[in-house]
Design a protein around this ligand. Sequence first.
Ligand code: NAD
Length: 274
Amino acid sequence: MSNSQGSVSSLLDFSGKTALITGVLDENSIAWPIAKRLNDAGARVAISIQRRAVKRLMGNILDQLRDPLLVECDVSQDDAITKMADEVGTAFGHLDFLVHSVAYAPPQSFQGRFIETARGDFAVALDVSAYSLIALTRGVLPLMRDRGGCVLALTYMAAERVVIGYKLMSVAKAALENIIINLAYDLAPHGIRVNGLSPGPISTKAATSIPGFALIHEHFKECTPMQREVTADDVGKTALFLCSPMAANMTGEILHVDGGYNILGMTVKRPEGI
Ligand code: NAD
């Protein structure tokens, strides 16, 4: 079907577009199918890794991308963000999409009771997992301004309600979701949309390092209304939609990609016959 705004296939043609993707650690990373989907749709993609040393974890996956740019950036370092933005600007000249798929909290913050959360751990988790969205977006803004671009950030339902075991990272996600709406408002005059994707549990390096993740994952599989696991590629496809002109008037939204888990008032396994 087509209309005056273009056919669906043309709306998903990202030729001439460029994307900066943070958070690809390995092929299980949620950011990976986002990068792959955008690249398959025609966008040129820059992959930003925390430091060169983690590149070996990626194996040969970058070979699956057409003409990728690999950059290095620890998102807690402003000078690293500036350097990365310069490299992307030099290579691409402009930027249409920024994907924030980065989170970290010190391992000890997942131990013990929430009330024991240490001030220093709080500062680190909020800096890397939430503030970095402001810093990264500001860093690349000169490349994105007035191009109708899109910023996406990966969040989690623990921002909205208690998820056992998620602890300090829940606070970081709540902050991230507030940053999403404030950036959406701030950048709307530049034609830049800012949205969040909130997937259900996916077995990645970051997720499986949370001590309670196996319980969260098992419970999710048992209760989620759609009765199927969330895959990173489910997220990749939704990201493609959000980046496309099909979502041209959507900003400040948090889209759950969780088979409806977040709508449940009673998270129990569906009883027989209901
Ligand atoms: P992942 O381990 O594959 O990715 C996490 C990434 O964060 C890694 O690439 C790591 O290098 C990067 N990172 C950490 N500290 C950094 C720093 N200082 N500078 C630069 N990069 C840094 O795990 P993932 O599950 O794909 O996580 C991606 C995002 O998705 C995170 O924001 C996570 O909270 C979110 N998320 C994950 C799930 C899940 O169940 N896996 C669910 C909802 C949301």
